[in-house]
Design a protein around this ligand. Structure first.
Ligand code: BG6
Length: 492
């Protein structure tokens, strides 16, 4: 495996800890080797030491202290190759290094190229993989695959261009567009919940569901990623990819089989059924805001415009909320409220399905009523699980009705937290299973929906961006968005 962008944050914080875990669980072959490739000057030894430190510190390395013998065995499989992304000569050197390692380790020569670089380097790397004969289009033995990190393009045209370049050099079944949300156990469980249980699927439609809320809240700010984030914003960073996947999995029709293409066909149909939000409507109907200084967990945090590499007059959104509609028979009239933001009170991603109101008869009359309608909540993270809220009679002579939750938690039921998403996705890419990766038409359909929203927002003529204090649930306009329809955000 070659990791391009070896000096980056992603490699240190997510990829290598995940690969190390896979090694510890005996998922990697003896002949495995990982080459980090980037422009910085390093030796194999210094690269290994850097990784060792970050793996030790990584929250994603669930086993606490590293077992020294496992680390030593793993570290001997890590190498470093310095090179530029646009230099055919450097790629020729990389190719030679791979060749030598294959011979030395008697390895079959399969190779996964992981693009963990800034997106501006993607096209150069793909072209140079081609020039150095590392792409091996159409060959399956030994195989060559490419994993491309998000963001996949910055708008529809750039996504199309990147797809075109990638497909000139690789076959579609060699290309793995990664979105780590799809590797989360709870996200994979959405399909199981819907299609492996008969009680849910019958009521999973407009006749029974009033509305759906999808919230991806983070308490962290942009940290040291201001340079990237300011060109991206919440719409590109979270909505076009992570939130769209969640929406597709909740709204899709049952696929005919569980093959990667059958599932992705259904997801694309949802994206194509999304009611377009034309630029003019986006300017009014989409709530965008930026966090200002505020308090989270008793600590005062600076505002977005004070973050490293963020211009002090930035108009990039760190929060977005809007209403989507899936215009098909199943979902007609059901609003999907989507919301994501940084520096909200806590880290929490969840999907809540709000069922229809209870008829205003029997128990749902004053003084007991109005009773809260049933809500099914899929907690994507943290405290992964599913909860169903329903009404029950509190014990005693009076007819007191209280809402209660039936709750399933991954940790309690399975005795451990779900594994890290990257472990699952790296393993899937290694065995060639593309189910949890985004197909080219899927990525383009998501952009076709989100790009006009971004365009509309860019014409925003307001004197300044809406602000919300760090530690709040966003601006009041986001509450008004949902209250206009008589609803409330579940998390508030
Ligand atoms: C990344 C975004 O894709 O997802 C980040 O670029 C965001 O800005 C992160 O913080 C959230 O992922 P998770 O798994 O922590 O919810």
């Amino acid at each position: 495996m070659v990791v391009f962008g070896a000096s980056g944050d992603l490699t240190r914080r997510k990829l290598l800890p995940a690969i190390f875990q896979l090694w510890c669980q005996n998922h990697l072959p003896e002949s495995a080797a990982i080459i980090g490739y980037s422009r910085s000057e390093k030796t194999d030894e210094s690269f290994r030491n850097e990784l060792c430190d970050s793996i030790r510190n990584s929250l994603h390395c669930h086993q606490g202290l590293i077992d020294d013998s496992a680390w030593d065995a793993f570290a001997s499989r890590i190498f470093y190759q310095q090179g530029a992304y646009d230099s055919p000569d450097d790629f020729a050197a990389l190719s030679k290094r791979i060749e030598a390692l294959n011979v030395e380790r008697n390895a079959p020569g399969n190779c996964m190229h992981y693009l963990a670089t800034p997106p501006s380097a993607f096209a150069d790397i793909i072209r140079n993989l081609d020039c150095s004969s590392l792409a091996r289009k159409g060959q399956s033995d030994p195989w060559s695959r490419i994993v491309i990190e998000k963001p996949f393009g910055t708008d529809l045209q750039s996504a199309r261009d990147l797809n075109r370049i990638a497909r000139e050099v690789f076959d579609e079944d060699q290309i793995f567009r990664i979105d780590h949300y799809l590797g989360k156990e709870t996200v994979q469980n959405i399909m199981v919940l819907r299609f492996a249980n008969s009680i849910f699927e019958h009521i999973w439609r407009h006749d029974y569901i009033d509305h759906i809320q999808i919230t991806a809240a983070e308490s962290l700010g942009v940290g040291s990623r201001g340079g990237y984030y300011d060109k991206s914003g919440a719409l590109r960073d979270m909505v076009q990819n992570h939130l769209m996947h969640l929406l597709c999995l909740v709204a899709m029709e049952p696929p005919v089989t569980l093959t990667a293409d059958a599932i992705r066909d259904e997801k694309v149909k949802v994206l194509n059924a999304l009611r377009p939000i034309p630029p003019l409507c986006a300017a009014n109907g989409v709530v965008r805001a930026q966090y200002s200084s505020g308090e989270i967990n008793g600590k005062t945090e600076p505002g977005y415009r004070q973050a490293e590499n963020v211009p002090t007059d930035s108009r990039t959104e760190t929060f977005v909320a809007f209403k989507a509609h899936v215009d098909n028979w199943r979902w007609t009239g059901v609003p999907f409220y989507l919301r994501t933001g940084k520096r909200l009170p806590r880290r929490c991603t969840e999907i809540s399905i709000h069922f229809e109101d209870i008829p205003q008869i029997l128990f749902n009359r004053p003084p007991a009523g109005p009773l809260r309608p049933n809500v099914l909540t899929i907690r994507v993270q943290p405290n992964e699980g599913i909860a169903l809220e329903f009404q029950t009679k509190a014990p005693g002579p009076a007819m007191n009705i209280e809402p209660l939750e039936m709750d399933f938690g991954y940790r309690e039921s399975f005795g451990q937290a779900p594994p890290d998403a990257y472990q699952r996705l790296l393993l899937d890419a290694a065995v060639g299973d593309a189910t949890l990766f985004t197909r080219s038409d899927e990525v383009e359909a998501a952009w076709a929906y989100v790009a006009p929203i971004i365009e509309g927002c860019s014409h925003d003529t307001a004197a300044d961006m809406l602000q919300y204090p760090a530690g709040s649930w966003g601006p009041k306009e986001a509450d008004e968005l949902i209250q206009t329809d008589g609803n409330q955000w579940r998390l508030k």
